[in-house]
Design a protein around this ligand. Structure first.
Ligand SMILES: Cc1cc2nc3c(=O)[nH]c(=O)nc-3n(C[C@H](O)[C@H](O)[C@H](O)COP(=O)(O)OP(=O)(O)OC[C@H]3O[C@@H](n4cnc5c(N)ncnc54)[C@H](O)[C@@H]3O)c2cc1C
Length: 421
């Protein structure tokens, strides 16, 4: 996984890095950046500032099939290029080098089409930013919330980049994954990490709901193998497998500092459709115009959503980033650790004992996943990872079902009180 290396850095360089890091107390938080940029828009404590909120997708099913969700992200980026609003798009694509995925630059709609879908992988902006800095061209940058915020910070201290990065396109984020996620999914499908050549994290399956997608892996010179993601040990995002520690301190789900953000509309009325549907939040009038023209010419289907529905589409994320974050901050403070300043107040108030246990168990599982998978790669036995991880997941499920039956009991009691009342 990519990690900042401060070896040999001077105090001045460290101060500069501090002002750019999205998790540092020395940098502006998402509320401040958004207020400066989109201060005339209404604000919601969960999704940030918003101009419009929609669920939607492309009307061309063939295009949608090649995308993770409704295909609106790659389409919108293509529009930015076609309308010459930017000279290039900086996004994650298949790397073709030592890593499976990495940040790349697309300069045509065809380039963009070749790198669609979600890449749940740890990447760095370092090389690509170095490559384009001062080249006199303009770019749209695509990223999960912390990458977009880092670019906002960087633009404040670098006038070249400030002029060059004219569009910030966010992806809703549950948490990032390390390279181990791809390797673990592949190994569970029978492809050892050293043989893994390609992975597609999001293959749609017409026989299931949109959240129950497949993944496909390919070993060098072999036919691809496909499996249902939720059937993999670590396929559920709730288990937090291979989640970098920084994500434990993130409170931004809807990339609040981006001009437009795309995610999955994980709401029953949309997940029934296996093809996938986006949730989209805009923060710039020209983004709304592009979407509206897409609707007018029949390329795009959109339905308005309320802020509540948009937030509901990421209900699990908000539990992790709000109550979960409060508990993790309070735990670390109680342990004498330093924590970053966040937009939630550390504490346990209003969080049930079962939920607290679940939050702590998920955090422990993230740590365990890294240690155990590293051991698996050393021993060359997948069971060095799956055995302890399976036991941890069983503990997690036990706490979860205890919490659920408790709330079922609480609901039954409330119903009987109401009946009596
Ligand atoms: C780590 C991660 C976690 C996510 N978590 C959630 C979540 O919890 N809830 C949710 O609703 N959505 C989440 N998403 C977003 C979701 O997976 C889809 O990317 C989104 O719905 C867009 O779908 P689409 O069909 O419009 O995109 P496509 O039309 O398939 O286009 C995707 C575009 O995003 C770019 N891209 C893919 N991965 C990355 C990356 N890692 N960094 C930068 N650019 C990238 C591609 O290059 C492509 O241009 C997450 C995405 C990532 C990368």
């Amino acid at each position: 996984m990519h990690q900042a290396d401060l070896t040999g850095a001077t105090p001045a360089q460290i101060r500069q890095a501090d002002s750019v890091c999205p998790f540092s107390d020395a940098s502006k938080d998402e509320d401040r950046i958004a207020a400066e940029r989109y201060g005339d828009l209404p604000s919601d404590s969960r999704i940030g500032r918003y101009g419009s909120i929609h669920a939607g997708r492309l009307t061309d099913d063939a295009r949608v099939m090649g995308s993770s969700s409704g295909g609106l992200t790659s389409w919108f980026l293509g529009e930015l290029l076609d309308r010459r609003l930017v000279d290039g798009v900086i996004h994650v694509g298949r790397d073709g080098g030592r890593e499976l995925f990495g940040y790349t630059i697309s300069r045509s709609a065809e380039d963009l089409l070749a790198s669609r879908k979600s890449m749940y992988y740890s990447t760095t902006l370092a090389e690509v930013v170095r490559e384009v800095r001062g080249d006199g061209l303009t770019y749209a940058i695509v990223g999960v919330p912390c990458f977009i915020t880092a670019m906002r910070h960087l633009a404040e201290v670098d006038a070249d980049l400030r002029a060059q990065f004219t569009w910030h396109v966010g992806l809703v984020c549950g948490h990032l994954k390390s390279q181990f996620f791809a390797e673990s999914l592949a190994w569970q499908a029978g492809v050892r990490p050293e043989h893994l050549e390609a992975i597609d994290f999001r293959v749609k399956n017409p026989s299931r709901r949109s959240y129950s997608y497949d993944y496909e892996v390919r070993a060098h010179g072999r036919l691809p193998r496909r499996r249902r993601t939720l059937s993999a040990l670590d396929g559920s995002w709730g288990y937090g497998a291979f989640q970098p520690a920084a994500c434990n301190f993130c409170d931004d789900v809807f990339a609040e500092t981006s001009d437009i953000v795309f995610g999955d509309a994980w709401l029953p009325r949309y997940t029934d459709d296996w093809r996938g549907t986006n949730v989209v939040v805009t923060r710039r009038a020209d983004a709304d115009l592009i979407l509206a023209e897409g609707v007018d010419d029949g390329t795009v289907l959109l339905e308005p959503l309320t802020p509540d529905l948009a937030a509901q589409s990421q209900a699990g994320n908000f539990r992790h980033r709000r109550d979960g974050l409060r508990v993790r901050l309070a735990d670390d403070l109680a342990a004498g650790l330093s924590v970053p300043r966040k937009r939630v107040v550390p504490g346990y108030e209003g969080v049930s004992a079962d939920r607290m246990a679940l939050i702590r168990q998920r955090r422990a599982m993230s740590v365990l996943s890294f240690e155990a998978f590293a051991r698996s790669k050393q021993t060359r036995r997948l069971s060095s990872y799956t055995r302890p991880m399976r036991a941890a997941i069983a503990r997690y499920r036990k706490v979860e079902s205890a919490g659920q039956s408790l709330s079922t009991r609480a609901r039954a009691k409330l119903r009987s009180l109401l009946r009596r009342g």
